[in-house]
Design a protein around this ligand. Structure first.
Ligand code: DX5
Ligand code: ZN
Length: 216
C-alpha cells in the first residue's frame, strides 16, 4: 500500500467549510482528519458533534475522527451517529483503554489509539493486536501549525517492530507538522497515513499540495 493523506479540517476555513470539503472530495486525499478538542485534555477547544454531522453531509471519503478529550467513552455512540468511520482516542485520556477500544469496535467503527510525544510506543504492547490504527503525535496535541518533533521517526520504527512481532493489522498514522520535507522520511520509516493541516490549507493550491504529498 502506498501511503495515504488525511487533510486536517482544523486548518480549513470554517466560514467556507463546504467549499473546503468539496476540495478534499475532488482531490487525491484519502481521508478527512477531524480533530475534536475539549479544552481539558488539550489547552484548546475546536468543534464537536454538530459540526461533524455537517461535514458528514458533504464528505465523500473516510471520516477519521481524532478525539483529544477526557473520558471519551461517554460519547462513542454519538460520534458513530455523527458519521465517524475511525475513532481514535488518546492513551493518556483513558483509564480503561481496553474497554474503550472494545466499545468503539462494538459500534462498528475502526479503533485507533493516539500517543503524545512523551508517551513511549511500548505502552501499547498488550493492546496492539486489538487496534486498527495507532496515531503517533508528531507535535503536542492542541494546535495546528506547530513544528514537527524529530523523535517521531524513531517511534515509527519501534511501532513497526511491535506491529510485526504481534501480528497486528494496525496502520501507523502521523499527525502534526507534516510537510513536503518530512513526508518522504516518514514514509521510509514506516508511516501508512499522514495527516496534514496547515501545509495543505495554507498553501496556494491545496489540491496540488495534496497530490504532491501523496506522490512523495
Ligand atoms: C493537532 C491536531 C492535528 C493538526 C495538525 O493537535 O491533532 O491534526 O490539525 O495540523 P498541522 O498539520 O498544521 O500540524
Ligand atoms: Zn489530529
Amino acid at each position: 500500500m502506498s501511503h495515504l493523506i488525511a487533510p486536517s479540517i482544523l486548518a480549513a476555513d470554517f466560514a467556507n467549510l463546504q467549499r473546503d470539503i468539496e476540495m478534499v472530495n475532488n482531490s487525491e486525499a484519502d481521508w478527512f482528519h477531524i480533530d475534536v478538542m475539549d479544552g481539558v485534555f488539550v489547552p484548546n477547544i475546536s468543534f464537536g458533534i454538530p459540526v461533524i454531522k455537517a461535514i458528514k453531509k458533504h464528505a465523500k471519503k473516510v471520516m477519521d475522527v481524532h478525539l483529544m478529550i477526557v473520558d471519551p467513552d461517554r460519547y462513542i455512540t454519538d460520534f458513530k451517529k455523527a458519521g465517524a468511520d475511525i475513532l481514535t482516542v488518546h492513551y493518556e485520556a483513558c483509564n480503561h483503554l481496553h474497554r474503550t477500544v472494545q466499545a468503539i469496535k462494538a459500534e462498528d467503527m475502526k479503533a485507533g489509539v493516539s500517543l503524545n510525544p512523551h508517551t513511549p510506543v511500548s505502552v501499547l504492547e498488550d493492546i496492539i493486536k486489538d487496534l486498527d490504527l495507532v496515531l503517533i503525535m508528531s507535535v503536542n496535541p492542541g494546535f495546528g501549525g506547530q513544528s514537527f518533533i524529530e523523535n517521531t521517526y524513531k517511534k515509527i520504527i519501534q511501532l513497526r517492530v511491535l506491529i510485526e512481532k504481534s501480528g497486528s493489522n494496525a496502520v501507523i498514522e502521523i499527525d502534526g507538522g507534516v510537510n513536503d520535507k518530512n513526508c518522504p522520511k516518514l514514509v521510509a520509516a514506516g508511516a501508512d497515513v499522514l495527516v496534514a493541516g496547515s501545509f495543505v490549507f495554507k498553501s496556494d493550491n491545496p489540491t496540488d499540495t495534496i497530490a504532491k504529498l501523496r506522490g512523495l
